[in-house]
Design a protein. Structure first.
Length: 210
């Protein structure tokens, strides 16, 4: 009979060992750091996708289709205030981008959040709870955050585009810069709201013993 060699698994060393020890001592902070890294990766993805969808929809008549829903009170000038306010016409022509802009933003965010759901669940929180239940509550949170972000956007979207495109006279480059800034603001809002939500819906349940 041959002598079997037993190979012992060496403990992690260096940065890996430090990270393992840190996670054990500060699990919530460690989760937040991983969440932060993944969230920033998702934001970069959104910044890549947004111009693509925007350019696609810009070639359609949807740019000239107004999309204004959920009126809540009035603006300071007495005009109606809409939660989702995308007036007809290209942004470069003084419009709100129309339905084309709305779809470009929402499709970009939807794709990013679907990827974010699975990445955060598997990597950050290592959750083994019911995925359908988690997905349901994630969807509810996504809708509420989308509405909240849209309300906030009503205050900063127009001034940002006006600043870059008109006040600073940057034209199409200014429009792109404004796109980036508005997407970053949207991502920042989602970032701070989603972490405590994920802590609730992405649970680690004890494994069942056979």
């Amino acid at each position: 009979m041959g002598i079997e060699k037993v190979t012992e698994k060496k403990p992690a060393s260096g940065p890996l060992r430090f990270w393992a020890n840190y996670k054990e001592k500060h699990p919530t902070i460690a989760q937040f750091l991983v969440f932060f890294v993944l969230s920033n990766g998702i934001t970069v993805l959104q910044l890549v996708l947004m111009p693509v969808f925007k350019s696609i929809f810009a070639q359609t008549s949807l740019v000239d289709t107004s999309f204004r829903i959920l009126q809540v009170g009035q603006n300071f000038d007495g005009s109606p205030y809409y939660v989702f306010d995308y007036a007809a016409g290209a942004l470069s022509a003084g419009g709100g981008g129309g339905l084309a802009y709305f779809l470009a933003v929402q499709i970009t965010i939807a794709i990013a959040q679907i990827i974010n759901f699975f990445a955060q669940r598997s990597i950050t929180f290592k959750s083994n709870s019911n995925i359908w239940k988690a997905a349901f509550w994630y969807f509810i949170a996504y809708i509420l955050i989308t509405i909240g972000a849209a309300v906030a956007q009503g205050f900063y979207k127009a001034p940002i585009y006006d600043l870059f495109m008109n006040t600073w006279g940057m034209g199409s480059f200014g429009e792109t810069a404004a796109d980036v800034i508005t997407m970053i603001i949207n991502s920042a809002i989602a970032f701070w709201v989603f972490f405590p939500i994920f802590k609730i819906i992405f649970k680690q349940e004890p494994e069942k013993q056979d």
